[in-house]
Design a binder for this molecule. Sequence first.
Ligand code: GLP
Length: 241
Amino acid sequence: MDIILVDNYRELSENAAAIVADEVNRRQTPVLGLATGSTPEGMYAQLIKKFQKKKVDFSNSITFNLDEYAGLSPEHPQSYHYYMYRNFFDHINIKPRNINIPYCEDQDIDDACREYDRKIIEAGGIDLQILGIGINGHIGFNEPGEYLYTGTHLVDLTEETIDANSRFFNSREDVPQQAITMGVGSIMHAEKILVMACGKNKARAIQLMCCGKVTTKLPASLLQLHRSVTLLADREAASLL
Ligand code: GLP
């Protein structure tokens, strides 16, 4: 695992945007796996700036988002659909048909999940997967547990995740209890993975991700088995390494 240490959030965002832009510029049809959460917000802002300066062109990019809350409409301000359009897609030249975000309102959930996996395979797999990390070591919404799923699936969110994400909602009761997430198989099949982490509250998860046992009880630890992972972290998140 390569580790890039940065001093602050701005540097984290600039470095991540540079890695994504390089990947997009050197491929004919770049396939990006995208993450939400507070950590990558600055990266999206930097990518928009690069796009405006004509340093990157998303016209041939295909994107697959990691996850979405179950039961929130795409118009809900806390849905990941809303987040992605507001923070990124509305400001770049990606083709709408090339944007993929898990969603299943009008469909059987298993069918929707299988279709999502099929689309990832059809696109040739993910070239660069961006990941954040939950304080409990989750990636996407693959929560710690006795077992993990390889494909896209419906997941019950843990109490820890509901607590952590309640900061985005009016109250804890408003946080959905389930989500649809890409499975660890799709993530692990990505050619390259970029994990972004900032802040002291991620230090323990980052320590276990890099140096702990490989275990389903800390899904990010599986990344130790991947051949091309870059961790981009500030000094606080990396303080226990
Ligand atoms: C959510 C998302 C993850 C994200 C994590 C960390 O639960 N499903 O994809 O990595 O939170 O979010 P943040 O960057 O806000 O700490």
